[in-house]
Design a protein around this ligand. Structure first.
Ligand code: JF5
Length: 247
């Protein structure tokens, strides 16, 4: 159950080992009416490697498997009237109650959720089991949120047709932070957002393309100057594109 008086990070402590290190493996169960939306992107290279290495044990479930009526109905009209359909509580409760254990975090993807960011991805990467429910239509019966879900998460301020798309984004961002998933362990640490600034511009060969030259400093071999230039460029870019990140 969500207790809105507790800070978000407290929801993430159960999966950590006794010394606070992230577990070596995570089980993820995605529950959706559109399992095919999740399959292809989550079977791509890096996610495939994570699953091969058994860092991630990923299952994609069709919510319809937990409907009990003969037409496998998962949604219904909203009480009080209004547009569209609302996801019924019974199949969602049945699915989660079958899939979860004592340490699971139950997540609902919804535009009405808490905003997902790199810090939340890092906290979730320390969990041992995520059960991710994908919202659709006009939303899910609120009893799911009140009595089943630990965390409602939004990947951004826009509305998708389908929470499965948001779940793919969340799983990708979380799994790539797990130990051994990325080739170079350093890359996750150096990312945009982990330092609170956007990345500096990058260049590769050729040193001149259509008369546009790569900045001289990057060819100078002077590592202190390169670091200073990157810092200044990162600030410039952040001020231009994301002034909100510069407090
Ligand atoms: C959805 C009701 C879920 O649109 C989203 C979403 C946006 N950010 N994070 C999730 O999910 C689909 C739509 C309407 C519930």
């Amino acid at each position: 159950m969500i207790d809105r008086n507790r800070p978000a990070f407290e929801y993430f402590t159960h999966g950590l080992g006794s010394s606070g290190e992230p577990p070596l493996a995570m089980k993820i169960d995605i529950v959706t009416l559109f399992p095919e939306i999740c399959r292809a992107p989550l079977n791509e290279s890096i996610m495939k490697r994570a699953q091969k290495k058994e860092t991630v044990d990923l299952y994609i479930h069709n919510l319809r498997d937990w409907t009990t009526d003969k037409h496998h109905v998962a949604d219904d009209a909203p009480f009080g009237g209004g547009q569209g359909m609302v996801m019924k509580p019974e199949p969602i409760f049945a699915a989660v109650e079958e899939l979860r254990n004592q340490t699971s975090k139950v997540v609902l993807m919804s535009p009405a959720g808490r905003r997902f960011d790199q810090q939340m991805a890092a906290q979730l990467s320390g969990e041992s089991h995520l059960v991710i429910i994908c919202g659709h239509y006009e939303g899910v019966d609120h009893r799911v949120i009140e009595h089943l879900v630990d965390l409602e998460i939004s990947i951004g301020d826009y509305v998708l047709t389908n929470g499965a798309i948001a779940a793919v984004v969340l799983v990708d961002a979380v799994v790539r932070l797990m130990p051994g998933v990325l080739g170079h362990e350093q890359s996750a640490v150096d990312d945009s957002f982990s330092r609170g600034l956007l990345e500096a511009p990058q260049y590769t060969r050729p040193a001149e393309f259509r008369s546009w030259k790569v900045p001289d400093v990057l060819l100078s071999g002077n590592h202190a100057e390169i670091a200073a230039w990157r810092n200044e460029q990162a600030r410039k870019r952040t001020k231009q594109n994301r002034p909100d990140l510069l407090r």
